[in-house]
Design a protein around this ligand. Sequence first.
Ligand code: XBP
Length: 260
Amino acid sequence: MAQTTRELKALIFDVDGTLAETERDGHRPAFNQAFADNGLDWQWSEALYGELLEVSGGKERIRAYVQQSQPNFVLPDGFADLADFIKHLHAVKTQHYKQFAQEGRIPLRPGVKRLLNEARDKGIRLAIATTTTPANVQALLENTLGAESLSWFEVIAAGDMVPHKKPAPDIFEYALAHLNLPPENCLGFEDTNNGLLSATQTGLKTIITVNDYTRQQDFSQATLVISDFGEPEQPFQVIAGDAKDAQYFDIALAQAICAA
Ligand code: XBP
């Protein structure tokens, strides 16, 4: 069987916490607003939300919270069962998230726009592998990079497109299949241990950009752990791995990591 050359051909990005601080700036306040809209006194503090983030998927997160913290919850009238009510709550939450994105409340993280544009200039293909909903990805990209940016990504693998959410490998496998590329020609980008497990199970070398929710997590399987992608005038901090003296994450560094 021919040896696969480790030439970089595509970058596969997680969204929440990687492209933007969406958990802090978007999802958590959107969940709380949806709870209030539905007469629930549930308020997810930053600390509680940090714990709840162990559960991938907003609908799954709400269910885990009810089971763990709301033993006396009574299903409101008009809903067939808990799943039906959670689906309603999540749809309301998604509307609030989209509104926050439209209001410009969810900016991209440092270096993201620069890296995406450099990849496009150099013919490196782009994909997304995220647990959030396609609607949320569209709202974030449209309101930070413009409507045409959706076409930059050959595949936007998101949410319920796959049966098992992160840390299962399904969503990254879906992205690789639609790129029709082996993992050796791609790099994964994540911010959580769940996401790292998902990406690395497919064989992807994975770069972690940490944030306040994930800084203390186990990233021992990551190829490189950095504070963020950095900018020429705002160098990143290297937390683990070999950044080859780079001051910020660019395509040259990505190519060197892929080829190593
Ligand atoms: C992060 C998640 C998502 C978001 C909330 O996704 O686990 O569930 O927290 O979005 P990723 P939804 O890191 O894979 O981008 O409510 O739409 O699930």
